[in-house]
Design a protein. Structure first.
Length: 204
């Protein structure tokens, strides 16, 4: 059976209010507008600290966004599988004949609403190149890419523009580079350069 998301991308009012209170206590603010589309791929940058996950969750819950994330399919077995799904988990099976990108495209196509968050850096360490799975998923599912960010220099997190993947990956990457240029992570020295491998070597 194809995994699909049918629940609204909007969080409940209580969780949104609670996140807003926590955010104010931490001295952070939100910026930008939540994309007014039912499905999009959300990328986050930069990723230099374990704090990014916690702060990011609070920021986007405060904005009323219900995020989904990818986990190994074995996490979704009983008895905790239902809870993992409730927390926004989306299963990926590495043994599936479909690769990761195609599995996520199929989930998007089967879902009414979906915000899947992915980190192109893939790690907190400073990678040489960005992974391009986020771009190929968005293009294959015909959904936009939302540029999300956490700027520790201003204590601000939120959304930038939406990008609709074109047939020119390098051109789209330049748009992404320009938007993220002033954004600083918790440990700026660990921020990766926003660049991709030559097309023939790009990995998901």
């Amino acid at each position: 059976m194809q995994f699909k998301i049918s629940k609204s991308n909007k969080e409940g009012k209580f969780l949104k209010l609670l996140a807003q209170i926590i955010l104010r206590m931490m001295g952070w603010k939100t910026e930008g507008r939540v994309p007014d589309v039912p499905k999009y791929v959300m990328i986050g940058y930069p990723h230099t600290s374990n704090w990014d996950t916690f702060i990011g969750l609070v920021v986007f819950k405060a904005m009323g966004v219900r995020l989904h994330w990818v986990g190994k399919h074995t996490l979704f077995k009983p008895p905790l599988g239902w809870f993992i799904r409730l927390m926004g988990g989306v299963p990926v099976d590495r043994k599936d004949p479909r690769d990761f990108v195609q599995q996520m495209i199929d989930v998007y196509n089967a879902s009414e609403e979906l915000v899947l968050t992915l980190s192109p850096e893939g790690t907190r360490k400073k990678p040489e190149y960005w992974k391009t799975g986020f771009y190929r998923i968005a293009k294959g599912a015909n959904v936009p890419i939302a540029l999300a960010f956490l700027d520790y220099s201003r204590k601000v997190g939120g959304f930038g523009p939406l990008i609709y993947p074109s047939d020119d990956l390098e051109k789209d990457i330049k748009i992404i580079q320009k938007f993220y240029a002033p954004v600083k992570g918790k440990f700026p020295e660990l921020q990766s350069e926003i660049r991709i491998k030559p097309k023939e070597n790009a990995q998901p």
